[in-house]
Design a protein around this ligand. Structure first.
Ligand code: ATP
Ligand code: MG
Length: 246
């Protein structure tokens, strides 16, 4: 899918997939090749309201430069007076999050496959100086074969310097982000441990009724493993070795 100028006329628009903060996502087919993609349509009016231009451009540039089997491809993008349109790889099986909630927890074999895919994708991103910083189940999509794809580079930053901003969803935050200390690619690796736990137990390790308690538990690395026949000693060993890398 290489072409200097794309426009809406190049696509047949199919079903509506869903809506995010800044735009809507549709299934679409590229007319020439018949190739099925997802189009993320973002209205410029919304961007102006939130002054998100620079942010979006950064999201686009970062994702466009990445090519890995476990990173959702951004094939192309274009804009007209009203909209910015992202031509994305279509992840037919949707959010990993929904699958996890349906089956409650994954077997160690299934979890291992997802963790390995995620680790490979993160190693690739980190080698290219890209930190995602918002790895969580909602940002992990599945393609038609069930392969994991990291999506949503909304918060990703290209950097080899340490970053200082507080962002991301609270259960997956690394201690150094909560304490607003300098942080680097290690924050994505931390999240790998949190997700591994959630895949096996069905909920993230530092969950609490109050957000403040979650934050306190994360900073203390208050990690405990409920007794269950589903999680082996080896898996627990892996999780506790990934989380205190800090
Ligand atoms: P945010 O605005 O914070 O990113 P979001 O992730 O919910 O919120 P979008 O990324 O715009 O919003 O996605 C909207 C919906 O479309 C979500 O349900 C998402 O899972 C789905 N979706 C997004 N991109 C794709 C894709 N490439 N293939 C399949 N489904 C997708
Ligand atoms: Mg999203």
């Amino acid at each position: 899918m290489e072409k200097p100028e794309w426009s809406m006329d190049d696509f047949e628009i199919g079903k509506y997939i869903g809506e995010g903060k800044f735009g809507k996502v549709y299934l679409a087919r590229e007319k020439q090749s018949g190739y099925v993609v997802a189009l993320k349509v973002i209205f410029k009016a919304k961007l102006e309201k939130y002054r998100f231009h620079a942010h979006l451009r950064r999201e686009i540039e970062i994702q466009h430069g990445l090519d890995h089997p476990n990173v959702l491809r951004l094939f192309a993008w274009f804009h007209d007076a009203e909209r910015v349109v992202l031509v994305l790889e279509y992840a037919a099986r949707g959010e990993l999050y929904k699958l996890l909630r349906t089956v409650r927890r994954f077997s160690e074999r299934t979890a291992a496959t997802y963790v390995a895919s995620l680790a490979g994708a993160l190693a690739y991103c980190h080698k290219k100086q890209v930190i995602h910083r918002d790895i969580k189940p909602e940002n992990l999509l599945l393609d038609i074969e069930g392969r994991l794809k990291i999506a949503d580079f909304g918060w990703a930053v290209r950097s080899n310097a340490k970053r200082h901003t507080l962002c991301g969803t609270i259960d997956y935050l690394a201690p150094e982000m909560i304490e607003k200390k300098a942080h680097d690619h290690a924050v994505d690796n931390w999240t790998l441990g949190i997700l591994c736990y959630e895949f096996l137990y069905g909920s993230p390790p530092f969950e609490a009724a109050e957000q403040d308690d979650t934050l306190r538990r994360i900073v203390k690395v208050d990690l405990s493993f409920p007794t269950t026949p589903y999680v082996s000693a080896d898996a627990k060993d892996l999780i506790s070795k990934v989380t205190p890398w800090h």
